[in-house]
Design a binder for this molecule. Structure first.
Ligand SMILES: Nc1ncnc2c1ncn2[C@@H]1O[C@H](COP(=O)(O)OP(=O)(O)OP(=O)(O)O)[C@@H](O)[C@H]1O
Ligand SMILES: [Mg+2]
Length: 342
């Protein structure tokens, strides 16, 4: 089975000397070409989500490990492979219009990628492609064409960006906080259209968010990051409804859920002491990164990095609370996710 996207033990370290940040720490995942799925990557600010997205888009190279697109190492692609890669892997960011020329009307913004990739033989064919893409994201062409970005609502703008990505018929969409700028009703709507694109057009999606309420319902599998490391991953419903890692519990407890009966009560949010943070810095890779904030911390957590324990057949957690369970090597994350995508 061919992988459309594969991360193999990817680590990204920024800075040098005393100023080192491990933004991604030995992360693996896989999305197969014949089973397009939606994988959510979640975690608080600074957990390494955008770093992962940028790595998948080829904007950053890993410090170690490999990011492969259709079997090719992104860092080593030829310029021809890279050109095709940039067409097939599209991004939707929080406020992507910041990157567009505000003096271009929407029509021009949508025509540019068609011209760049020589898609659409005639002007009328291009027009038809643009209309189709707009309709796919639930926009009426007459409502948005001929307008400048600032004349559109945030939700319309965000849809235009998805439409623009669709024009290139991507096989993979990297969506980094694509809905955080739009209001709640539009959010659900836009996420539903991303889900539809995944199902109907068979586009794989890497969905990056700090907001677990939006991850729920749309993703097939979820990965929770804390300071660049996977703390919990697997079946989205299990992770969200019944989190096993103390960090995931904190993350979920902090959400004002409207309708889900949560199994866990409010956990106290621990502000780490200076001494605990010092221990974390001194501990390096021989410590659980979450120990300073963990309500369940044990002595062992200060001396050893917990491996990924299988909590369920389709979910793992990096926590000694599950000691005694089977240990899953990080590289097996790809298989775990693969099993979750129908
Ligand atoms: N170019 C860079 N140089 C140095 N450090 C960086 C760089 N990019 C990111 N970092 C650091 O890497 C860590 C992860 O950053 P990243 O942007 O991936 O987080 P994030 O999970 O996307 O956060 P947010 O939810 O705020 O967008 C942070 O500590 C950040 O300060
Ligand atoms: Mg980010």
């Amino acid at each position: 089975m061919d992988a459309i996207l594969e991360l193999k033990n990817v680590t990204k370290i920024f800075g040098s000397g005393h100023n080192v940040v491990s933004a991604m720490d030995d992360i693996s995942l896989r999305l197969d070409a014949d089973k397009p799925g939606i994988i959510t990557v979640a975690g608080e600010s600074g957990s390494g989500k955008t770093t992962m997205g940028n790595m998948v888009l080829g904007f950053l190279n890993p410090t170690s490990g490999k990011v492969m697109y259709k079997g090719n190492d992104i860092a080593k692609m030829s310029s021809k492979q890279r050109f095709i890669f940039h067409k097939e892997v599209q991004a939707v960011f929080q406020d992507p219009f910041a990157a567009y020329n505000p003096f271009y009307i929407v029509d021009r913004i949508l025509e540019l990628p068609l011209t760049q990739y020589k898609l659409g033989k005639s002007a009328s064919e291009k027009k038809e492609m643009i209309h189709n893409a707009l309709q796919l994201v639930g926009l009426r062409p007459a409502e948005v064409l001929g307008r400048y970005p600032h004349q559109l609502s945030g939700g319309q703008r965000q849809r235009i960006v998805v439409a623009r990505a669709l024009l290139l018929r991507p096989s993979l969409l990297v969506a980094d906080e694509p809905v955080s700028m739009v209001d709640a009703s539009l959010r659900a709507n836009l996420l539903e259209s991303i889900r539809k694109l995944n199902r109907d057009l068979r586009i794989s999606v890497l969905y990056i968010t700090h907001d677990l309420t939006t991850a729920y319902h749309i993703s097939d599998a979820i990965m929770i990051l804390y300071r660049g490391s996977v703390v919990e991953a697997g079946n989205e419903e299990k992770v969200i409804k019944n989190p096993s890692h103390p960090y995931t519990r904190l993350l979920i407890d902090s959400i004002p859920w409207p309708d889900i009966t949560m199994q866990w009560g409010k956990e106290p949010l621990i502000e780490p002491s200076d001494a605990a943070m010092q221990r974390l810095i001194m501990g390096g890779s021989q410590i659980c990164k979450f120990a300073p904030r963990c309500p369940n911390v044990m002595e062992q957590c200060w001396n050893q990095r917990p491996p990924l324990y299988r909590v369920d057949p389709d979910r793992v957690a990096a926590c000694f609370l599950y000691q005694g369970g089977d240990v899953m090597p990080g590289e097996a994350m790809g298989d775990l996710f693969d099993g979750l995508i129908a």
